[in-house]
Design a protein around this ligand. Sequence first.
Ligand code: ADP
Ligand code: ZN
Length: 208
Amino acid sequence: MNLVFLGPPGVGKGSLAVRIASEYNLLHISTGDMLRAEIAAGTELGRLAEKYINDGNLVPDSVIIDMLLAKLESESASNGYILDGFPRTLNQARELDKHVRIDAAISLEAPEAVLLDRIANRRVCPACGKGHIAHKMNGRLCDCGAEVVTRDDDKAEVAKARLETHNRLTAPVLDYYKDTGKLISVDANDTMEGVANKVQRILEELGR
Ligand code: ADP
Ligand code: ZN
């Protein structure tokens, strides 16, 4: 089963994708994580991507499509995969369909105020990559002992720009999957547990 997870920044797409992927033995492919790894490694691609990311813009289609297709070719996903953060433009969605078969696009939805609030509270561990919620933490340390940080692009101004970018460029992707009958919308203004349960029910339905 090959799935696409769609949703605005802050909707909880990443954590949910990690969880569902492990429960269903699917490969989790996050273009955001891949780009952050490139930045951390100081590659040419990373240096290029960083400029766009820190302004709340998308990395150009040409770059991101090549990166994603190379990844799909190099990984073996016998059971299928979850694409998290791709496609983010109409062009990316069309290009993807030329190469692989997507079974369903799960769209996670929540009001903008909820998204901004979640982004403001989001922290990440620079050592192990684990995500945290600031007001649920006891202190500033991850279980691994490292001090958590706010992602540069989670700062308020950039977060607003990312939401704006999403509404402008990624919203048409929803229509694209709607037109092909693959779109499944999920109300994500709920606990992680609640959203995971809804998605599990959807996947059970799809599996039958
Ligand atoms: P979020 O879903 O919270 O916005 P991601 O980790 O998915 O965060 O992505 C972070 C940034 O990486 C995006 O704001 C964008 O600049 C870049 N990026 C990730 N995936 C893509 C993509 N498919 N196309 C273009 N840019 C991307
Ligand atoms: Zn950690």
